[in-house]
Design a protein around this ligand. Structure first.
Ligand code: CO
Length: 463
C-alpha cells in the first residue's frame, strides 16, 4: 500500500503562486480533507511563515492552530531548513529548540528537516528537539546529480541519518531532476539497507515526476508527495487523483476515494481561476521545462541567469555562463543547486564571465560559504580557488551553530512591548523587521476593533 502526503496547503501554493494562499481560502475545505485518509497534510513551514507575516498580514502560528482545529485525524507536517529554521541564516540552538517545541505544541506532528548541503550537523539540534517533544522527525536528503553524488554517497547518508535516530527518511528532489530509472535504483538500494519508512518528494518542473513516482513505488517507496489536481503540475507536485486511479486494483493501491478527492479538487478549482485573474498565477509555471533536464540546473535558476545578464546587457554571454555554472559548482564542492546555493553559484558564474577574469569579484555569501559558515560541502572546495577567495583566512571546521551564543533572552527583551503570545519572539527571531511590522499592524487592528466595540456599546447604552 502506498501512502500520500497532500502538499496543496504548503509546497503547491509556494511553487505556483509564491506562497500567497490565505488561511480563509483553506478553512472551508479542511474538514473534507481530513476525511480523505491522507498519510499527512503538509501545511506549514517552508516559505509559508515568511509569506504570512510579510504579504498576508497573518500570524503563522494562528494559521497552524486554525488548521489543527479543523483537522483532527490527519497528521500535520511541516518543512524546516535545519539550523536555518524558516529563515535565511543559522540560528542559535536555544532558538531552534524553542521553535521546534512550539511548532509541535501548536499542532505539528511530522517535522521534515533538511540541510541544503546535506551536512547532517546542521539538522542535529532540530532532530533532537523533535524527538524530545514527541514529534516525528523525518530527515530529508537534498537530491542532486554530480560525479560525487553517487548511490554510495546517498547510502552513506542514509546510514548516518539512521544512526542519528530519525523516524523516517525523505528523498527531496526540489529541482525535479530525479529521473524514473534513477529513482528506481536509488529507492531499491535504500530500502535494501534501511528499515525506516521512505518518502519521495519531487516537482513536476521537467515533466518526469509522475513516471518517477511509479518507478519509485515499484522499487518499494512508502509515501509520495502529491498535490490535488487544480494546484498540481508545472513547478508544483504531481497530481494526486491520477496516481490514486493508476494504483487502484494493484498491490500499491492507496485506498483513497476519488469521490472524496474530487470534493477537495472542487474547492481549489475556482480558487485557481481567481489566482489567474489576480495575476498571482503565471501560466508559464505550469508548462514542462525541458531545459532543466538538458542543463541539469533548476528552471528558476535559468530564468535568474537570463534576467541578470539582461540587466547587464550581456545576454549574448548566456551560453558561456551556462558552461561556467558546472565549473563553479565543481570548484565549490558540488553544492546541490537549491536556494540559496543556486543563486550564489549562478551569480558567481555570471561575474566570472562578464568580468573576463574568474573569481575577480566574489559575492559575500560565497565568501561565507567558502569559510564554512554554511557547513561542509559534499566534496572539498578546490584549494586554488579557496585561497583566491579567502586567502589565508581560517575555515570553520566545527558545526557552524557552535559559534552562535544563545539568543532567546536577548530577543525577548528587544521585542517585549509587542509580545502577545510566547510564539511571537520566534517570529521576531526569524524575521525581525517583517514580524515587527506585523506586530504593529496587529495592535492597530486590535485597537480599532476595541474602539469599534466601545462605540457600539456607547450607542446602545449611553453613558
Ligand atoms: Co518542494
Amino acid at each position: 500500500m502506498i501512502n500520500i502526503t497532500e502538499t496543496v496547503l504548503r509546497d503547491a501554493h509556494q511553487s505556483l503562486i509564491a506562497t500567497r494562499m490565505k488561511t480563509e481560502d483553506m478553512v472551508p475545505i479542511l474538514e473534507a480533507m481530513d476525511q480523505v485518509g491522507y498519510h499527512s497534510l503538509e501545511v506549514w513551514g517552508g516559505a509559508t511563515f515568511d509569506a504570512c507575516l510579510r504579504f498576508l498580514n497573518e500570524d503563522p502560528w494562528e494559521r497552524l492552530r486554525t488548521i489543527r482545529q479543523h483537522v483532527k485525524n490527519t497528521k500535520l507536517q511541516m518543512l524546516l531548513r535545519g539550523q536555518n529554521l524558516l529563515g535565511y541564516k543559522h540560528y542559535s540552538d536555544d532558538v531552534v529548540v524553542e521553535f521546534v517545541r512550539k511548532s509541535i505544541k501548536n499542532g505539528i506532528d511530522i517535522i521534515r528537516v533538511f540541510d541544503a548541503l546535506n551536512d547532517l550537523r546542521n539538522i542535529e539540534a532540530v532532530l533532537k528537539a523533535t524527538k524530545e517533544a514527541d514529534g516525528h522527525a523525518q530527515v530529508a536528503i537534498a537530491y542532486t546529480t554530480s560525479p560525487i553524488h553517487t548511490i554510495e554517497y546517498y547510502l552513506q547518508l542514509v546510514k548516518e541519518i539512521e544512526a542519528m535516530g530519525a523516524d523516517s527518511i525523505c528523498i527531496k528532489d526540489m529541482a525535479g531532476i530525479l529521473k524514473p530509472y534513477d529513482a528506481f535504483r536509488l529507492v531499491k538500494e535504500i530500502k535494501a539497507m534501511s528499515k525506516l519508512p521512505l518518502q519521495l518528494h519531487t516537482h513536476y518542473t521537467s515533466g518526469v515526476a509522475s513516471m518517477t513516482y511509479i518507478k519509485a513505488i515499484e522499487a518499494g517507496v512508502d509515501v509520495v508527495d502529491c498535490a490535488i489536481s487544480p494546484m498540481s503540475l508545472g513547478t508544483s507536485q504531481p497530481p494526486t487523483e491520477p496516481l490514486v486511479a493508476t494504483l487502484e486494483d494493484t498491490p500499491y493501491a492507496t485506498g483513497l476515494s476519488l469521490e472524496k478527492l474530487n470534493r477537495v479538487a472542487e474547492h481549489f478549482r475556482p480558487l485557481k481561476e481567481r489566482y489567474f485573474e489576480e495575476g498571482l498565477m503565471d501560466p508559464k509555471v505550469l508548462g514542462v521545462d525541458a531545459n532543466t533536464l538538458v542543463y541539469q540546473v533548476p528552471g528558476g535558476m535559468l530564468s535568474n541567469l537570463i534576467s541578470q545578464l539582461k540587466a547587464q546587457n550581456k545576454l549574448d554571454k548566456f551560453d558561456e555562463v551556462l558552461a561556467e555554472v558546472p565549473r563553479v559548482r565543481g570548484e565549490l564542492g558540488y553544492p546541490p543547486l537549491v536556494t540559496p546555493l543556486s543563486q550564489m553559484v549562478g551569480t558567481q558564474a555570471v561575474f566570472n564571465i562578464i568580468l573576463g577574469e574568474r573569481y575577480k569579484m566574489v559575492p559575500k555569501e560565497i565568501k561565507a560559504y567558502v569559510k564554512g559558515e554554511y557547513g561542509r560541502p559534499a566534496a572539498p572546495i578546490d584549494e586554488a580557488i579557496k585561497s583566491k577567495i579567502i586567502g589565508e583566512e581560517a575555515v570553520m571546521e566545527d558545526r557552524p551553530a557552535d559559534y552562535i551564543p544563545p539568543q532567546l533572552i536577548l530577543l525577548k527583551s528587544e521585542m517585549k512591548e509587542f509580545l502577545e503570545q510566547e510564539e511571537d519572539v520566534l517570529s521576531y527571531a526569524l524575521f525581525p523587521q517583517v514580524a515587527g511590522e506585523y506586530f504593529k499592524f496587529r495592535r492597530a487592528k486590535k485597537y480599532s476593533i476595541d474602539s469599534g466595540l466601545v462605540d457600539m456599546a456607547q450607542k446602545t447604552y449611553p453613558v
